[in-house]
Design a protein around this ligand. Structure first.
Ligand code: ATR
Length: 272
């Protein structure tokens, strides 16, 4: 029997935590399989994807900067990947066909369900900060979970307006980002602000109800200044590491045949 191979395709790819994550699961469940980092230049992506099934690959994750190109190169695209406009999980059929999916929206919501079980998506509006690729996945997740109203705010107004038109959500000027906090049941940071080496996100959460949930897709550091401020105010907070871990679950299950669990031990292994 051939040992199934999977990997993460990026450029650069050395920083990716996915090999540690999948490697931990393969060992934990005693499965035959390998998961490797694959540094692939943009010009080589199409050839690489066509060659991979013949080399024994059953699937791959895709990271920056190839997520949009991988979607365009796929033979079959899930509805979720189409809406997000990017692929992060590819599965190769026995016939070599490439199926593209995006599990970031699933990962985002699974993280909240695991770590903020008291939060009801239908319980009130959400404010999303940022309008990049991560914001697209978060909006899809919030819409599918039944969040009644979504507000989007971004430093570059045109990007927020374009996303708002595409997804039918509301916008708020970046300089007014605190204005609707009293009505919000959920606040999501999808910007890179607060990430190690980046400026902090400047926002005063004083008027945000203590019943609101605050989550950050940033996970380095785990406790961003945003989450520290929210916690001090009594809000439920969820860090971004769980999204990274949960988004990997559907791919691992498809490729290696076992649905893996996201545990504290896995968090520790990925952070080590
Ligand atoms: P990703 O695909 O990971 O979401 P991205 O497309 O580069 O990454 O988006 C990064 C987000 O962080 C954007 O919303 C960006 O705002 P702009 O659209 O105005 O660039 C936001 N961001 C990055 N640095 C920022 C800063 N100093 N102040 C405000 N927003 C910032």
């Amino acid at each position: 029997m051939k040992i199934p191979l999977a990997g993460v395709i990026g450029c650069p790819v050395g920083h990716s935590r996915s090999p540690i994550l999948h490697g931990t699961w393969l060992r934990q469940y005693g499965l035959a399989g390998h998961y490797v980092p694959l540094h692939v230049e943009a010009d080589d992506l199409a050839d690489m994807l066509r060659a991979m099934p013949r080399m024994g690959f059953v699937g791959a994750n895709v990271t920056v900067p190839h997520k949009e190109a991988a979607l365009a190169l796929a033979d079959d695209v899930t509805e979720t990947a189409r809406r997000i406009g990017a692929a992060n999980t590819l599965t190769f059929g026995a016939d070599g066909r490439i199926q593209a999916d995006n599990t970031d929206a699933y990962g985002f919501m699974a993280n909240l369900r695991q770590n903020a079980p008291g939060w009801q998506p239908s319980g009130g509006p959400a404010l999303v900060l940022g309008a990049g690729g991560a914001a697209r996945a978060v909006i899809v997740a919030l819409q599918d979970a039944g969040v009644p109203q979504i507000y989007l705010t971004n430093r570059t107004t045109a990007r927020a307006d374009a996303l708002a038109a595409e997804f039918g959500v509301n916008t708020l000027p970046w300089q007014d980002r605190e204005r609707l906090l009293p009505q919000m049941a959920c606040l999501v940071n999808t910007t890179s602000l607060g990430m190690r080496g980046q400026p902090d996100l400047e926002i005063d959460l004083t008027t945000l109800p203590a019943s609101a949930l605050v989550t950050d897709i940033v996970y380095a550091p785990l406790k961003t200044p945003l989450l520290a401020q929210a916690r001090a105010q009594g809000c439920a907070v969820v860090d971004g590491l769980g999204m990274l871990l949960h988004q990997a679950v559907p791919g691992f299950e498809r490729w290696f045949g076992t649905r893996p669990e996201v545990t504290d031990a896995l968090r520790a292994a990925v952070l080590a």
